[in-house]
Every structure is written in structure tokens, then in C-alpha cells.
Design a binder for this molecule. Structure first.
Ligand code: NAD
Length: 464
């Protein structure tokens, strides 16, 4: 295997000459040393009890709120997230910390009728060291929606963030250090080799990222015999029924497809229009055309750059491939606009007429690109929505309750939104997909605590 670069560098997608942070890649030995320290710290952490864990997570939430402005600027600069969404992510991150601070006090087990008298108790315990491998697109919220339940359940955390979001993870490590035993939460930086070393050293593994990498991480964790969950890509459909309000749906779906330059796992990638749909397609084209990318630090807009040069090249190549396959550009296109800088910008693009079996229709591009697909009936819409290998989220829009409920029941996705965008996740409800979008237990909410703990059953029989 070719060895990895010795350093990882995070630069701004708006201004690629702006280096945000550079780290030497952590070697397998570095990761092993961090894991050994984490394992020691975890014993202390678990022995200190639930109140200590709650106070620490609550303290970290308050600390993040105190430096919220700095955190928002960092998210904008490091990953190009538009200002309003960056502020939303910072607020959500502290809300998640507060939620899991309280969850530290949740019931941690159950009692059963003892067969021999005394007590039969099943009690949750931490696994030990939780290895977290995270993507760049939610640089604060994703690390925390994994780390907070892991810590609340009594684990230590080793996190390997994306090389494109290292400064976000460093900020979290800095905040948490004030409240946690030394070495309990450690960010290790690097690429695939560092990530593989984290899997090798951990007692439980949680991954979020692409389906290809996630599958490899799942196999790797299974080979090491540790529990694993993986949240991966999507090719999410929005179904528009004939009785939907065209203007309302167009605004909502355009935002879900192109907001943050389409770089959310939950972004709408396919818009399946049932019936004539001329009004809604025209309104969508207009809405997407109006979403020209802008400098993410400017207020009042929803689309910034894509994360890096490879991502921009991938999106442009996908647009060209769609056009070559017979797709018609309804909005945007490869050379649609004057960009705000020499950063990695692509105009949000809507294509019509790309064949349903074409990779653009079936595979995730992870950028500001969506396709219109036309069908005659609700049944065809559901079949088309379900025809891809992914199953993360879908949405359905219209007024007729029977059709909405029939769709919600028949769609093979972990989340179904009715008259709501595919994007947007409630951190206190279970989150995860079906098929190639997810593996293992759900995360977030109480599902997070369940995943990061294991049950020990204890039978206590009276003596004599
Ligand atoms: P990615 O798969 O390229 O990388 C994710 C992480 O895995 C990074 O930290 C990377 O360094 C690490 N990694 C790469 N190879 C590895 C290996 N062999 N072993 C261990 N770790 C390895 O994903 P990305 O580009 O950072 O993020 C975008 C992807 O994430 C998209 O596919 C998107 O749909 C997905 N995503 C999913 C969710 C979800 O909850 N379902 C949320 C956000 C993003």
C-alpha cells in the first residue's frame, strides 16, 4: 500500500491559499499511545459517576456558547458553510452537549424476576475507548453527536476527523480539555492509515462518511471484533405529488438540494415529479438559478463553495456526464456564473432527462447537483425512489393524506419527511438509514447511549 502524506493540511475552500491548520499525520504508534492514555483516563472518568459526566458536558456546552462567534467564523472559513447555517451548527452542537449532559442521569439498566431469590439486574457499562471517524461537512455537530453520548455513557474518545475539518475537531478538544480528565478526548489527525489505526485501537467504532470508506471501516472493525456503526451516503428523493403547491415545494426542495452547496448527506438529489408537474419544474428551475454561490461569510444566502478541488472537479464532471447522456440543463451548468473568488465554486445545477439508470441518477455526487425525474403515478414514484442502493432519507410533498401516508409507508429510507425538506435532523430522535446508507445501530437520541454501552447481567443470590 502506498504510504500516506506525512502531513495533513486544512485550507479554506473560499480561498485555498488560506491555510487553517496543518498537522503531522499520526502514525499507528502515535494512535496506540493516545489509546493507552485514553484507556487510563476512562477508568477515572467511569469511576467518578454520572454527576461528574453531566457537569463536564454541560460545562463544555456553556464554554462553546461563550466562544460561539469564534466557532461560527471557523466553520465558515474551514468548510465554507454559509453564515446562517454555520451559526445553526454551533447552536445545535451546544444543544447536543446539554442533551447528553442530562442523559448521563438516564436509567442505566433494568431488573428481572430472580430465579434464585435476591436480584437479577442488567446494567449498562461503557465499552472503553470509542473510536470516532468523522467527515468534514458538519465539523462540530457530527463529532459531538458521537462524542457526547460516548462520554455520557462513560467512554473515552479517540477522534479522527477529516483532514478538511481538523481545526473544528481541535476547537472541540480545546473546549472539552477544561472539563475532562487529561487524555479522555483526543483528536488524532491524518488520512486513511490513521483512521485504520483508530479502528485497530478502539473498543467501539462509529463512522460517518462515504459508503465506500464506511464499508471498509465496518469490515475492519468486525475483523477486530468490536461493535461498529456507520452512517454513509444517500441519493435522496423528494416526491412531488400532483396536488402540491408548486411555489412552496420549489422553494423548499431547492433549499434542500442546493443549500450548503448540496453537501449534506440528507440533501435532495432526485426530484420525482408525479403527473404533468410543469409548474413545479419551472418554479424549481427559477429557484435554483437564483441560488448563485457567494462568499460564505456574507450573510443572507445559502450556497458557498464545495469543499476542495477534487470535489469541484467531480461535480463538474458529473454535470458534463449528465449532459452527454441526454440531460438538459434547467438551471446552473458547468460555466454558469462569475464566481466570488478563486475558490472551489460550482453553480447549483438542475438537470432534466438524465436516464434513470445513469450513475448521476443512482450514485451520490455530493455537491450542488440534482435531477428531475418524471413519472405518471404515485406507485411509479415510490418504485423509482426505492430503486437506488441507498436508503437514507426521502420526502413527499402534497395535500392528499392517503397518498402521503402510502408513500411514507412504502419508502425504503431510514427517515421520511412529509411536506418537509429531506435535510434537517432532530438530534434527540433516532437517526440513520437503510440499505447502503447505514450499518449497525442508529445514532443520536437515546440510541446513542445504547450504542456506546454494553449490558452486564448480574445475579445476586442471598447467602445461606
Ligand atoms: P470520506 O468517506 O471520504 O471520509 C470520512 C472519514 O473517513 C475521514 O475522516 C477520512 O479521513 C476517513 N477515512 C478514509 N479512509 C479511511 C479508512 N480506510 N479507514 C478509516 N478511516 C478512513 O467522507 P467525506 O468526504 O469526509 O464526507 C462526505 C461523505 O460523508 C458523503 O458521502 C456524505 O453523504 C457522508 N455523510 C453521511 C452522513 C450521515 O449521517 N449519513 C453525514 C454526513 C456526511
Amino acid at each position: 500500500m502506498a504510504s500516506e502524506p506525512t502531513h495533513a493540511t486544512s485550507t479554506s475552500p473560499h480561498d485555498p491559499t488560506d491555510v487553517i491548520v496543518e498537522h503531522a499525520s499520526a502514525s499507528a504508534a502515535d494512535v496506540a499511545a493516545a489509546a493507552a492514555t485514553a484507556r487510563e483516563a476512562q477508568r477515572v472518568w467511569w469511576s467518578q459517576g454520572a454527576a461528574k459526566r453531566a457537569v463536564a458536558l454541560d460545562g463544555a456546552a456553556a464554554a462553546l456558547e461563550r466562544i460561539a462567534d469564534r466557532a461560527v467564523e471557523l466553520v465558515i472559513r474551514e468548510v465554507g458553510k454559509p453564515r446562517l447555517e454555520a451559526a445553526g451548527e454551533v447552536a445545535r452542537t451546544s444543544a447536543i452537549l446539554r442533551y447528553y449532559a442530562q442523559a448521563s442521569f438516564s436509567a442505566d439498566g433494568a431488573t428481572y424476576p430472580p430465579s434464585l431469590g435476591g436480584m437479577l439486574v442488567a446494567r449498562r457499562r461503557p465499552h472503553g475507548v470509542a473510536g470516532l471517524i468523522t467527515p468534514w461537512n458538519f465539523p462540530l455537530a457530527i463529532p459531538i453527536w458521537k462524542a457526547a453520548p460516548a462520554l455520557a455513557a462513560g467512554n473515552a474518545v479517540l477522534i479522527k476527523p477529516s483532514p478538511d475539518a481538523m481545526a473544528g475537531a481541535d476547537l472541540l478538544a480545546e473546549l472539552l480539555a477544561e472539563f475532562l480528565p487529561a487524555g479522555l478526548f483526543t483528536a488524532v489527525h491524518g488520512g486513511a492509515e490513521t483512521g485504520a489505526a483508530v479502528v485497530a485501537e478502539s473498543d467501539v467504532v462509529s463512522f460517518t462518511g462515504s459508503s465506500a470508506v464506511g464499508r471498509a471501516v465496518v469490515v475492519d472493525a468486525a475483523a477486530h471484533g468490536v461493535p461498529v456503526q456507520a452512517e454513509m451516503g444517500g441519493q435522496n428523493a423528494a416526491i412531488v405529488l400532483p396536488d402540491a403547491d408548486a411555489a412552496r415545494v420549489a422553494a423548499m426542495v431547492a433549499g434542500a438540494a442546493m443549500g450548503y452547496a448540496g453537501q449534506k448527506c440528507t440533501a435532495t438529489r432526485r426530484i420525482i415529479v408525479v403527473g404533468d408537474g410543469t409548474d413545479v419544474v419551472d418554479a424549481l428551475a427559477e429557484a435554483v438559478q437564483a441560488m448563485a454561490p457567494r462568499d460564505p461569510s456574507e450573510p443572507g444566502h445559502a450556497v458557498g463553495p464545495v469543499i476542495n478541488a477534487a470535489s469541484r472537479d467531480r461535480v463538474l464532471a458529473a454535470i458534463w456526464a449528465g449532459v452527454a447522456a441526454g440531460g438538459r440543463v434547467l438551471a446552473g451548468g458547468p460555466d454558469a456564473a462569475v464566481m466570488p473568488s478563486d475558490g472551489w465554486y460550482v453553480h447549483p445545477t438542475l438537470l432534466d432527462g438524465v436516464p434513470t439508470g445513469h450513475p448521476l441518477s443512482c450514485e451520490e455526487t455530493f455537491g450542488p447537483l440534482a435531477v428531475i425525474q418524471r413519472v405518471a403515478t404515485v406507485a411509479e414514484a415510490v418504485e423509482l425512489a426505492n430503486s437506488v442502493r441507498y436508503g437514507l432519507v426521502s420526502s413527499v410533498h402534497g395535500r392528499d393524506l392517503d397518498s402521503l401516508l402510502a408513500c411514507a409507508d412504502a419508502l425504503h429510507t431510514g427517515l421520511v419527511k412529509v411536506n418537509a425538506p429531506t435535510t434537517g435532523v432532530d438530534f434527540y430522535a433516532p437517526f440513520g438509514g437503510d440499505k447502503d446508507s447505514s450499518y449497525g445501530q442508529r445514532e443520536q437520541g437515546t440510541a446513542g447511549i445504547d450504542f456506546y454501552s454494553t449490558t452486564r447481567t448480574i445475579a445476586i443470590v442471598p447467602h445461606g
